[in-house]
Design a protein. Structure first.
Length: 342
């Protein structure tokens, strides 16, 4: 290969890298200058603001809560951030075109993918709720592998992040699922960032670390299994109900911010509670998801999981802005989630 051809190839690689960089979030370091110093950038990053989008998505009082950021400095930061990222109006046509390129992460089951319009939607929160042994955690394990596949195979070409609150994550399950897709099990496990959350405050702190990690590497999926387990034990009784709901709302808002900033698919699992009031006597199913209206409004798509015969499980679209209310049957096997076998 001649020197000129090598130069052209190198220049093409640089252009492709620049295109990829422009497609992602704007790093907070680009605010430096015009009265914003490197020390201010460091304070913002220590406060959990790693991108310009995260600054604009947060209220002004969140900036003022950072030690060393005055009101004048906060106004200056917001003014400079708004110059780099436009959050104004756009036409529905432009928004429709942007959604046409939306990536869906395959669940491993063609029937389930068909129900969800292609798989788990990126840039949104998908909630799965149901009682124990309905396949929620098994589906999370399969998604951790599928998100690493090429887009042409139903993947997201990115890493996975798993926040475990119940201690149910098993790497050996991911190894078995990786062999199904002819992937290197060791590489698959290296591309899954795992953290165990021990209380609700720790669960929120992990999202700050997650934001910093997503700035350094391409992630396609964030799983929280389960999002509500620790809140059920850290807060008890009606006296702490208001505090629990406010803390849960902040956690869910942080998840939504990560989905908007980095375009990742956020998948959370939720537990259920049995209704013991009189209304349960007349209803066909006495179980309902916990978290109340705050959880219901925060989730983009809600999926109700229930048991079927043997290894079969049934998934129903409980709430969605665009999917019809329908059901799909899938199975849990050694190599992960798949279509039911006759």
């Amino acid at each position: 290969m001649s020197k000129q051809a090598k130069r052209q190839q190198q220049q093409q690689q640089v252009d492709e890298e620049e295109e990829e960089e422009t497609g992602g979030p704007v790093l907070v370091g680009q605010l430096e200058g015009n009265g914003i110093t490197q020390a201010d950038i460091k304070k913002l990053m220590d406060g959990g603001f790693n991108t310009v989008e995260s600054i604009l998505y947060s209220p002004r009082k969140a900036l003022l809560a950072i030690k060393g950021i005055s009101e004048a400095k906060a106004d200056k930061i917001l003014a400079e951030a708004s110059k780099l990222v436009c959050l104004g109006f756009t036409t529905a046509t432009e928004y429709h075109e942007s959604r046409a390129d939306l990536i869906h992460v395959s669940t491993g089951s063609k029937e389930l993918d068909k129900l969800l319009g292609g798989g788990m939607e990126t840039g949104a929160i998908t909630e799965m709720f149901g009682e124990f042994r309905t396949g929620k955690t098994q589906l999370c394990h399969t998604l951790c592998v599928c998100c690493q596949l090429p887009v042409s195979q139903g993947g997201g070409e990115g890493k996975a992040m798993y926040i475990d609150t119940e201690g149910t994550f098993r790497p050996e399950r991911c190894r078995a699922i990786a062999q199904r897709y002819n992937l290197d099990p060791d590489e698959v496990l290296d591309n899954i960032a795992y953290a165990r959350a021990y209380n609700s405050d720790h669960q929120c702190q992990l999202l700050v670390q997650a934001s910093a990690m997503m700035c350094e590497s391409r992630y396609a999926l964030l799983i929280v299994d389960s999002a509500t387990a620790l809140y059920r034990t850290d807060y008890s009784g009606r006296g702490e109900l208001s505090a629990r709901q406010m803390s849960l709302a902040r956690f869910l808002r942080s998840l939504a911010r990560l989905a908007d900033e980095f375009g990742i698919a956020v998948v959370i699992t939720n537990q259920v509670v049995a209704q013991v009031d009189g209304a349960a006597m007349f209803g066909s199913d006495p179980k309902k998801p916990i978290g109340g209206h705050i959880m219901a409004h925060a989730s983009t798509t809600r999926l109700y999981m229930r048991k079927g015969r043997a290894e079969q499980r049934i998934c129903k679209v409980y709430d969605s802005p665009c999917l019809p209310e329908a059901e799909a049957t899938f199975g849990i096997y050694e190599d992960g989630i798949g279509d039911c076998k006759d």
